[in-house]
Design a protein around this ligand. Structure first.
Ligand code: SF4
Length: 388
């Protein structure tokens, strides 16, 4: 789905009011016909005293107008770092090493902090996990929603408050509840307030970083329904980061499976969930409960994700892969795109392959080199958030 470019004018946004979707013109340097968002060979690294963490290492994907993309994978696979790199909300010891992040064809990667302000919240905004931590506990919810309107869109305090009330209504909170402090709202209402804040500047893209993880299943369903409604009504594009594959199956058009900072498989939700090709995707899906499948013991992915200061050579999944062949520990598998549009990086599917899922290890498979079951006495994998 594409949206025609509007007349270029960088000055108008200062005075623009949000009257509906995309009221202000696109940035002056927008490229006609460019996809909404195109990420190419993105590399984001963290510098630690003990070494460089290759958290995102050559990730590419694309997001179109009105599309919802889910990014999934185990903890520490780089999905949140990928999303935070888009608007450079990274810790001080992280940096984008190379790659392009093209929004309307404009590369955001080389932009300065000041130049990026034109795009944060106004073009790409984010809903964080755990609204209680993300909201200011000593500021009324309405005022927190009004703040980006005053700062980014130069609205008067009065206009901003009125608009904040409208945004609260839009996400299903009576506007008079905007006078409450975050602790006076339920978990679901707080998350709705976060969504209202993300919508405040009428962005083209909203990133949801585990937006429903801290909520019970009923509230989770309501928040997902809300996101779907808003996507539909406002022609929003969504990037949902989650480890919950059912959230992606319900909400997204396409899914990107990440492993150890790289793309394992990417394609339409229907195709990838019905016919997973990459051994990691197959394991991930079989480790997830399926209400429609026969009762069975859930699968286990042996071992744990690698230390990204010293990732394994070749395919980073090879120490855990039952299909691993001698080539897998030596050569990085190139990305190939199959006839049905699914993109994946695995030596089982060389260029020109027919795309039929391989479900039995090949004759020359050497299998995983880690034990099948992680012992409770094994040390937990090092967590990036503890390290930075
Ligand atoms: Fe990686 Fe080889 Fe397993 Fe494919 S078969 S996932 S390339 S280890």
């Amino acid at each position: 789905m594409t949206t025609p470019l509007q007349p270029h004018d960088d000055q108008a946004p200062q005075a623009a009011k949000i009257l509906g979707r995309r009221q202000w013109p696109l940035p002056r340097h927008a490229v006609a016909g460019a996809p909404l968002l195109e990420v190419e060979d993105l590399k984001t690294h963290f510098e630690l005293p003990s070494g460089t963490v290759h958290a995102v290492d050559g990730v590419s994907f694309r997001l179109d107008y009105g599309e919802a993309l889910g990014i999934a994978g185990e903890s520490g696979c780089g999905k949140t770092t990928t999303a935070l790199s888009l608007i450079r909300l990274l810790p001080s010891n992280a940096r984008i090493v190379s790659g392009a992040i093209r929004l309307y064809g404009i590369d955001l990667a080389p932009k300065t902090e000041r130049q990026l302000q034109r795009y944060r919240w106004r073009e790409i905004s984010i809903v964080f996990q755990g609204a209680m931590n993300a909201l200011n506990p000593v500021q009324r919810v309405r005022d927190q929603i009004a703040e980006p309107l005053e700062v980014r869109l130069a609205m008067s305090a009065r206009e901003a408050r009125t608009r904040a009330g409208e945004l609260l209504e839009l996400v299903g909170i009576p506007k008079k509840r905007g006078a409450a402090y975050p602790h006076e709202l339920s978990g679901g209402m707080r998350q709705r307030a976060m969504i209202a804040m993300a919508l405040a500047c009428d962005p083209a893209i909203i990133i949801g970083d585990e937006p429903t993880t801290a909520l019970d299943v009923m509230v989770q369903a309501q928040i997902l329904a809300l996101l779907e409604r808003l996507r539909d009504e406002l022609n929003l594009s969504l990037i949902l980061i989650t480890h919950d594959l059912s959230v992606i199956a319900e909400t997204c058009d396409r899914v990107l499976i990440m492993y150890a900072g790289r793309v394992a498989e990417e394609g339409s939700v229907r195709e990838v969930f019905a016919r997973p090709r990459h051994p990691y995707t197959q394991k991930l899906l079989s480790a997830f409960p399926n209400i429609q499948a026969d009762r069975r013991t859930l699968d286990v992915i042996p071992g744990s994700p690698p230390d990204l200061r010293t990732p394994p050579p070749g395919c980073r999944f090879h120490p855990r892969c039952a299909f691993a062949m001698p080539v897998c520990s030596e050569v990085v598998p190139p990305e190939v795109t199959l006839a049905d549009g699914v993109r994946l990086a695995c030596h089982l599917y060389p260029a020109g392959t027919d795309g039929v899922p391989v479900t039995v290890p090949p004759a020359n498979a050497v299998g995983p080199t880690v034990p099948l079951v992680v012992s409770p006495s094994d040390p937990p994998p090092e967590r990036l958030e503890e390290a930075v």
